[in-house]
Design a protein around this ligand. Sequence first.
Ligand code: FAD
Length: 356
Amino acid sequence: MAGTDVTVVGAGLYGSSLACALAREGMSVRLCERRSPTAGDTGRSFGMVRRHYSNAVTVSLAKRGCELLMSDRESAYVPTGYLLTVSPAQRAACEGNVALGQSLGVDTRLLEPDELAAVEPLIDAAGVGCGAYEPDGGLVDASRYTLARFAEAVSLGVDVSMGAEAELPDDGSIVVVAAGCWSKQLLPELPVELHRIEIAVLRDAPVRAVVSDAVTNVVTRPVAGGGAWVVTYGGSTQYAQRDDCDGEPDPDYRDAVRSSLASRYPSIAGAPYTGGWSGAYDVTPDWNPVVGWVREGVYAVAGLSGHGLKLAPAIAESAAAMIAGREPRIDLRPLRFERFAEGDLLRLAYGPGARA
Ligand SMILES: Cc1cc2nc3c(=O)[nH]c(=O)nc-3n(C[C@H](O)[C@H](O)[C@H](O)COP(=O)(O)OP(=O)(O)OC[C@H]3O[C@@H](n4cnc5c(N)ncnc54)[C@H](O)[C@@H]3O)c2cc1C
């Protein structure tokens, strides 16, 4: 530990990205991982990238994060297009978020129900009020990108320590807690709940784009071989600790997926289910991340609330600048830990939930 400026706990997407960014700031970094860089929720990610958010800080972070992911061949970025479909009652909220995105330079536009099939031919638009479309939204590979950051950290001289559970150092050095859903075990004051999330894998389900439907709460993406990954939001399982989630699929989930696909994607609702996996979202009261100082010398990047992948490169860049005492590229103060005690929560155009 001698000579270490900052210790990063966790080497998943966030810990590995932060270790690189801190090393680029000229700091001497120690990176501690109890298992492996993709052992946590990074290795379970759906892989979706988009910039449709309700707040300027998250739109700006997603825009910068996507720029960095899309220009890095290690992310395996594929521009499938990203489409959010909403109910007629949610139309005004959707228009507001599209206008916010456009004002911040995002390539996004509103689509009417009769325009949706041009993006995703399998969609049935019944009950949809409108869509928000990002032509260059799509997919990246979270594990591949994280392993590349981990390798880069090693090449930048980061001191990597694997195989042991790290604790908060008590020698006065700076510590960055980036332990995903395990962060709350190190910092019980974090206002984070752990919500189960499950991905189902379907064969013979040839969707083309990444589509998130806020009416039926089903999210779909293409995978190799003409199949799809599908998420159905709406379960209520929470975990006291991340290790309580064993990662296995729930046998009843396939029926939930089938019934949520039935109205929006009738042609694939009966597609063969070939398996899946589960993980957890680390959810804050306003479904937005906590980024900043939590205690003296302790910085946390936690509560990613299901948005972690596309935000990671931008949060790492600006958080590292902050820790190094420089002006960050993006002002992270709206994500500060104190906002919960101050009652200064971020707005949610669609109410509580992963759409934020
Ligand atoms: C199923 C699922 C789908 C998702 N889909 C998307 C998506 O489509 N788009 C998107 O933007 N985001 C998505 N997310 C969110 C995103 O993938 C996560 O926010 C992100 O990958 C989490 O990265 P992390 O580094 O914070 O956590 P993790 O990847 O969980 O890494 C934390 C690491 O810390 C280690 N650790 C824990 N405690 C200790 C300790 N005491 N000492 C040392 N090491 C420790 C763990 O072993 C682990 O490797 C999804 C999340 C899930 C669960």
